[in-house]
Design a protein around this ligand. Sequence first.
Ligand SMILES: Cc1ncc(COP(=O)(O)O)c(C=O)c1O
Length: 395
Amino acid sequence: MDAVAAARVRTMKQSALIETYEQFPLEITHASGSRLFARDGRTYWDFYGGHAVALLGHSHPAVASAIAEQASRLAFYSNALPIEIRDRAADRLCAFAGAGLERVFFCNSGAEANENALKLALQQTGRRRIAAIEGGWHGRTLLCLSATTDAKLTNPLDGLLIDSVRLRANTLEDVSKIDASCAAVIVEPIASIAGIIEMQPAFLAALRKRCDEVGAYLIYDEIQTGVGRLGRPYVAGAHGTHPDLATSAKSLANGLPIGALLMNAKVAAKVKRGDLGSTFGGGPIVCAALLAVLDTIEREDLLMQATRLGEALHRLAGVGPVRGVRGRGGLIGLELACPAKTLQHALLESGFVTGTSAIPNVMRLMPPINMPLAAVDEFAAALQRLTGLAEGSAK
Ligand SMILES: Cc1ncc(COP(=O)(O)O)c(C=O)c1O
């Protein structure tokens, strides 16, 4: 039995945990930076980042000490009381985001941020329909699923999801499908699970223009593209296109559960007391972690590092089974000459954890943005050794 199979056997022990995830066949005991350490003594480079969460690498010392310090001072109190660190986190996040996103509501996950964004749009416009991009992924709550393309999740809920219209990504002629019946259009600036499909500036600008014409809200789902992963704080504001609302989660507290709904002054002005709420949202520990993340991005010049990492990953085009590379910074799609699942398994045996996507031959990489470039060199060497996979697929 090889090491991967042995690790699989160990992780398959029965527990009360419901088996709803397809898991990697390895059991990790700890992680540091971009390295994962398995129970059997093997180490792995983490090109998956715990699904785009470990932005600064695992167990970053600045985040770990901020969490520990806040936990011993004030671990939690709800939004019934003002807490200085929550206000500081809100101010800091809005200043980091820019793009006219002046106010923020904190919640606990990406789906909750998107659910609240869509709910506010429906509530404030009085409309009952939304628009979304074909192939997009926004989460598992009912409004999020109404905007998500995944038949195996949405079909069983037929009749419960709200009316929605789909636009093909980067298809200008579809923009007119957003009409005065739509409360909002929600878009991932890079559709990640769909296979790293980047929305072109002209498409985003056309969405903005159309939303203004028909009185709909433009919502950016920046749950994967945000917090510096692409080498800029958020896509919001790029090329002069400003959304009304932007959602953030995943990397924002580098591993603690958090969601943030950022909004412009126009939307914020219509939010009444009681419209939004969450017991745990904006708790002091996650706010301390968020502040440590933003401090670290600034102190360690991580936007620049994300850009350099993206450039290094783009140089993988033509290496082994990689035919092309898409995406930016730490959100990358490798176009392969073989199925991504086949390469994923082979890379795992070589010590690299990677992701797949909705496109069978596109592999997704969402590593920490401060991953050492030496790891990319090692990854390239492993890909080179796996050239045979492409040849096998061609036969
Ligand atoms: C783009 C995007 N939006 C929303 C979500 C949902 O986030 P969460 O799993 O934190 O609810 C995800 C999760 O993968 C995502 O990738």
